[in-house]
Design a protein around this ligand. Structure first.
Ligand SMILES: [Fe+2]
Length: 288
């Protein structure tokens, strides 16, 4: 099965055909990635200097609708960044509403990010090294079973593509790494929440997803031997993915925008395809 499905929409608020809606829903829930090869996100003139500023060492500059911009240092104008990300979030919402009407009443807005640093050659810890295949899981922001639906756009001002690798299906990942996962220890989730290490309670689901994320990245033999394929996203292209289920790695590229949306599993056409349902089936116990 191809990992990638192209949807030729070129406007964020364009209405998707019924066939496009059906294809998009099926592809995402099956663990494929949607690419919108003609969906660019044009910057306004005053925003263009954001692509030439000194990025510093931050991997991402994150934007939380309720808390504003984080990690921008002195190199960027926070108000300008916040306005840009707010606009991007609105555009991604329009796109998802048009493409995935089934999800519309259930979408919960997560953080957004501006990713101004070249990925290739970036020095980081193994756990934060996104050039290694992984599934997404947020240590500080438990999703408690909700899906992580992310929209990305390459906004590089010239020709640099953003290059990703995609790896094995989630079921295979879970079967390989669950046997070596430790069980959640009683009291730890409450302690983490009390210490404000997590923003809400880390459920057993979040615990196992973090374990999968870390175990995948830490296993260099797995990284080398698992079947994987590269995909390129040119400037002016957008892609959408359930990044909690799709094994992915970002190899190179600079200047991308990303917006996260959270979705309750019950909103899916087929909740059995959620990582929550797959992990609960494999472990034979409720996790959220
Ligand atoms: Fe990721």
């Amino acid at each position: 099965m191809s990992k990638l499905v192209d949807i030729p929409l070129s406007q964020w608020d364009a209405s998707a055909s019924m066939a496009q809606q059906t294809a998009a829903l099926q592809a995402l829930e099956d663990g494929q990635l949607l690419r919108l090869p003609s969906l660019a996100f044009p910057l306004q003139q005053e925003e263009c200097p954001l692509l030439t500023g000194a990025a510093g060492s931050a991997k991402n500059i994150s934007w939380d609708p309720s808390r504003g911009v984080r990690g921008h240092g002195d190199a960027y104008d926070a108000a300008l960044l916040a306005a840009l990300m707010q606009r991007y979030a609105r555009h991604t919402h329009s796109l998802l509403v048009s493409l995935l009407p089934r999800y519309q009443p259930h979408l919960q807005q997560g953080k957004g990010s501006f990713r101004p640093v070249e990925i290739a050659g970036r020095v980081t810890s193994w756990r934060k090294d996104d050039t290694r295949l992984h599934v997404d899981s947020f240590p500080a922001s438990p999703t408690q079973g909700r899906r992580i639906l992310r929209v990305f756009t390459n906004i590089h001002p010239e020709h640099a593509p953003r290059v990703w690798k995609l790896g094995a299906p989630f079921e295979q990942v879970a079967q390989r790494f669950l046997p070596r996962a430790t069980r959640p220890r009683p009291g730890v989730a409450s302690l983490l929440q009390w210490l404000h290490v997590t923003k809400s309670r880390r459920t057993p689901y979040d615990h196992y997803m973090l374990q999968l994320h870390d175990a995948m990245k830490a296993d260099l033999a797995y990284q080398a031997e698992v079947e994987q394929h590269s995909y390129s996203f040119a400037p002016g292209q957008t892609w959408v993915v359930f990044s909690d289920v799709v094994s992915h790695a970002a190899l190179r590229g600079q200047h991308a925008l990303e917006q996260t949306w959270l979705l309750p599993v019950s909103a899916m056409a087929d909740p059995a395809k959620s990582p929550l349902a797959i992990l609960e089936r494999l472990l034979q116990r409720p996790l959220a």
